[in-house]
Ligand binder design. Sequence first.
Ligand code: SAH
Length: 653
Amino acid sequence: MPDLAALRERMVEEQLRGRGIADRRLLDAFRAVPRELFVPEAERDFAYADGPLPIAAGQTISQPYIVALMIEAARVRPGARVLEIGAGSGYAAAVLSRIADQVVAVERHAELAAAARERLAALGYGNVRVVAADGSAGLPDEGPFEAILAAASGRHVPQALVDQLAVGGILVMPLGEPDTVQTLVKVTRTSETDTEREDLGPVRFVPLIGEEGWREPAGADPLPALIAAAAEPLPDLASAAFGAVFDRFGDARVVLLGEASHGTSEFYRARAAITRRLIEEHGFSIVAVEADWPDAATIDRYVRHRARREGEDAAFERFPTWMWRNEEVDAFIRWLRRRNEGRAYEAMAGFYGLDLYNLGGSIRAVLDFLAEADPEAAKLAKRRYACLAPWSRDPAAYGRLAISEGYGRCEAGAVQMLKALLDRRMDCLGEECDEWLDAAANARLIANAERYYRVMYEGAAESWNLRDTHMFETLCQILDAKGPGAKAVVWAHNSHVGNARFTEMGEVREEVNIGQLAKQKFGEQARLIGFGTHTGTVAAADDWDEPMAVKQVRPSLPDSYERMCHDAGVPRFLLDLRQERIPAELEQALMRPRLERFIGVIYRPETERWSHYAEATLPRQFDAWVWFDETEAVRPLAGEQRPGDDATYPFGL
Ligand code: SAH
């Protein structure tokens, strides 16, 4: 929780005084009012940011500096009666009430008026009255006022407002069309009959809607209502009925389950519930996740009751640890282990990693395997990997060096090792095959990681494509190894799961992903399921290798897919997007590309639009969309590391 009092003081210093607001009474009024109580809970951390923020009913709370500028321009003094048009959250009225004697604030949205009234009463600001009404012509029965401030942009200066000004009184209001740059004007009533007008500069406000303002915008977006009509409400996550809703995807070969962040509890729990159902009722036996192969292999040994490898590292010890070391994943793998218990080895469901970051872990795994399987080959392997091994803690540094030298000096050894292992792969039985699969997958990881860290410096798209292709090929290898009937569930981020061709990634940057490759290979036998949320908390870091924090997720942006789902008003639902299932009208409305939010292990709410949103075409990106309106952060496993303690295996916590 940030120190809000300190942020408030900084806001006054930097945003107000720093921009030339000098009136001490005005500055003190801003110091007195806790702005965090006027913004939605999810925006509290940003209450003192230098800008407007969304409030309910699609409205905004104005930027503090603009509020100050208007109050200063209207020369509000002690003793004055002030009219505010457009009370919204009630914040500007609260600031005004710390200076003037009486404030009357009009708001056309009754729900906003009621909430503002409640806040002001709770703060004990007895000299403000909130009226729910169209205030575009002021409140003729209540004048005259020494100052009138409008927080919404009008068509013209209504004569009625001028008439409600005391002589010497000042009206400050923005004028101009909605969604354009408007002009802030100041009108001073210099006598019974005369006024003076002055322009104060460009501004942007929501429209003043009413008799003397603009007309109500024609027909709001029909999408939320269409979503609400097609949405299938989901049962409680803990109920067995939850997984059963997904039975419709049970006949696929691969079901890819996405997530809109790497740190949201509901996404993990939902995927666990769906996966359990697919394993128990539909013959799925592969759980392949966006995690490094050697770490997932440690988990796999645990869930399939395989022997532990000597000297094996605990799984998922490197950043971002919370992505897999969390209570939600822990509960799932413990379930998987119990479920496998007593079954024939071939009938057990396994846990696999598709990703390629743990270079060091993979080198060690190959060497350990060969040391037992073929000590001579192990010696050769050691020599071939000697080039890469020193870089395994910081492979990016190898990539940098390779770029400056113009070649990948460790490439040959890694490729030779992979080839040697693939050539050697012989007939095997049961668990033995898994040891070979493991060694070959690690060798492939090493060869691809060697390239990955080199191309990383050539361009984001190249390395992205190499990584996603690696993940998809790893998935195919597991499927192949398990035979023609094998079925897999994949857990990866929406950005890997949703067909990239129908997102900005594919269209603008030519990036491919697992979802797209799976559709190309398996067609309808691959099902892509995306997940989304409007707001709540998320576990994420500020930057790579920084500690995890529980952060507020900002309410979704207007016009995004998420906002449309939020406005549908169903807290938890499944939207079946398959062409044979989706109502034509809904599909058409969803086909216009919109923004979609992508939060990874890093979340930067300050630059959210640019860091986390991209355009997508939802009904082509996914076969189904799972919605949780409000979500909470995943719960990282706590505790000291105690290697060798069996109760805590496989995480070693
Ligand atoms: N001063 C507010 C800013 C709110 S935004 C604050 O500090 O939070 C402007 C508000 O004007 C919106 O809530 C909108 O609903 C309201 N509004 C628009 N037209 C109106 C009208 N004719 N009468 C009263 N309120 C109006």
